[in-house]
Write a protein that binds this ligand. Structure first.
Ligand code: PRP
Ligand code: ZN
Ligand code: MG
Length: 220
């Protein structure tokens, strides 16, 4: 790898917008153009690797990037579902992109609380986190794994409830669903593998983290 610090970021979405804004406040100068996988920071030896958020933990674990910014929800899900132990851990909490992973159902349906879940179907894109919650609470329910649009599952009749991210709550409301249990609280986190960085990269990361800290503190 080069001596430029490589940061894996979500290419598009709410986490991406927040991540770009944070890095700009830290003084990094870069332009994101549609479709590019790599964006070069003009005033520092840093490259931004623009990918799907779900890929960020494994890219960091496998040395495709030195660090990453990702939702804690995605990190935990990847830790729980990866085949081998995932070499990616939280270095710093970033305090933005806060959301909850919650169970939700229609007000009129047969599932109104956690105690109703036994023997029902739950649609989710988080089989790892949900599976662990169900095991820990001795609940026997069937997971319906989806890649997206989980909020549609109850109305199309493939599940009695869903387990999905809730931020503003607008998506649940638009689909006539109400959250009845939060199983994970999440925020954006900076992640890193256990591998040692070169002295130059370590010094740069240190400087970046001090700036991030300053930006977070000044926002409080
Ligand atoms: C998440 C989640 C909901 C929505 C909730 O999707 O899956 O659809 O956000 O946010 P709200 O409470 O503010 O309405 P996201 O936008 O991350 O996209 P994805 O489902 O494609 O991952
Ligand atoms: Zn995603
Ligand atoms: Mg969604």
């Amino acid at each position: 790898m080069t001596d430029r610090l490589r940061i894996a970021l979500q290419k598009k979405g709410r986490l991406a917008d927040d991540s770009f804004a944070l890095l700009k406040k830290c003084g990094l100068r870069f332009a994101i153009r549609g479709g590019g996988l790599l964006a070069r920071v003009k005033n520092m030896p840093i490259d931004l690797l623009l990918v799907r958020d779900d890929d960020i933990p494994s890219f960091v674990a496998n040395d495709a990037a030195d660090i990453g910014i990702v939702g804690e929800n995605v990190l935990v899900e990847e830790q729980l579902t990866s085949q081998d132990e995932l070499n990616a851990n939280i270095t710093m909490r970033l305090g933005f992109s806060r959301c909850k992973l919650s169970l939700a159902a229609a007000d009129t349906g047969k599932v109104q609380s956690v105690t109703d879940l036994n023997g029902t179907r739950i649609a989710t894109t988080y089989p790892g986190v949900l599976g662990q919650y169900l095991r820990d609470n001795n609940i026997k329910a069937k997971l319906v794994e989806m890649k997206g649009a989980v909020e549609l599952a109850p109305s199309i009749g493939i599940a009695e409830s869903i387990c999905d991210l809730v931020s503003s709550g607008a998506t649940l409301e638009a689909n006539g669903l109400t959250a009845f249990k939060t199983i994970l609280e999440s925020e954006a986190v900076l992640i890193q593998s256990g591998r040692e960085l070169s002295a130059a990269k370590a010094a740069l990361l240190d400087k970046l983290m001090r700036r991030i800290d300053g930006v977070i503190k000044s926002a409080e």
